[in-house]
Design a protein around this ligand. Sequence first.
Ligand code: NDP
Length: 331
Amino acid sequence: IQTILLKNRPKGTPSPSDFEFIKEEDSLTVEDGQLLLETLYVSVDPYLRGRMSDAKSYVEPFELNKPIHSGVIAKVLESKNDNFKEGDYVSGMLDWKTKQVSSGKGLQKVDPSKADLSAYLGILGMTGLTAYCGLIEIGKPKEGETLVVSGAAGAVGSVVGQIGKILGLKVIGIAGSDEKVELLKSKFGFDAGINYNTTENITKAIAEVAPNGVDIYFDNVGGPISDAVLFNINKFARTVNCGAIAVYNNTEIPKSISVRPFLIKNSASMQGFIVSNFEDKFPQAIKTLSGWLADDKLTYSETIVEGFENIPQAFIDLFDGKNKGKMVVKI
Ligand code: NDP
């Protein structure tokens, strides 16, 4: 059995030396009420960076020298728990281990005949729910409005933009390469895309593609890109503060323009968003997302990295934009 522990709290960008691999003999035993799981897919997500730090946040930090955990899809190898049987597939927050024993608490069965197993970590999992709940509950979209999405070619962003199109919005995405911008338009149906790495004046570029201004800004990145978007907001605009990956590795408090005058003069709002606060909306959200997938109104991309030993690097690569859509590791 292999396990990945958090060895050091990363300083700045995480590095492979922040993680430790251990190998143990398989001596797992299953007690009454428990089940034995084999890990099939591991989700790596930007928010894990926050849990690797010991700063106060909305979830407890990971403990040093203990296994890291994240969203995992696993197969039940043995069950002494009435809710699960051998051969079931489950999704849940589990340790970065090749095999583990679970009490079954927090696990949900997933059906490989309805969707690819990895999709339950993305479009039908946490990132799909984030896109749906964030846009609907905080963005409050209305047909005909203009939506700007940053981190647009990623797991959350690519779904936000597509939902925007389904709801009749004009959708503009910001991403880090020409290839990603092309994908936004060709695969995900965005109206326009901006490559933030090659665009000198993002404020001006947005004004050009959104001549009527920005009504909703779904912010996945924070930092200077977001400042540039906010110069274009309209009266009563809503900003969904979903993520700030551009500053997650900062070692000093980030400096940013003061957006207050723009919010005041536009009566605009900016709201922090954590998907787990919207659990009551999850069943409806999953039903809607599944329906759109079945009707081919929604699609998704995944970057699947193979091998348990590559989990830390896949996580680190999120900060280099190596993924298109959801980054998942197949074990
Ligand atoms: P993504 O699939 O979007 O992967 C991260 C992407 O961020 C990369 O592909 C890269 O794309 C972009 N990126 C990396 N560094 C920078 C940078 N310095 N500036 C701008 N863009 C950068 O991840 P997710 O879809 O899983 O998450 C997106 C955001 O949503 C994250 O900030 C995450 O923390 C947040 N989130 C929040 C949740 C909540 O409940 N609030 C829940 C889930 C996610 P590119 O090539 O375009 O740079």
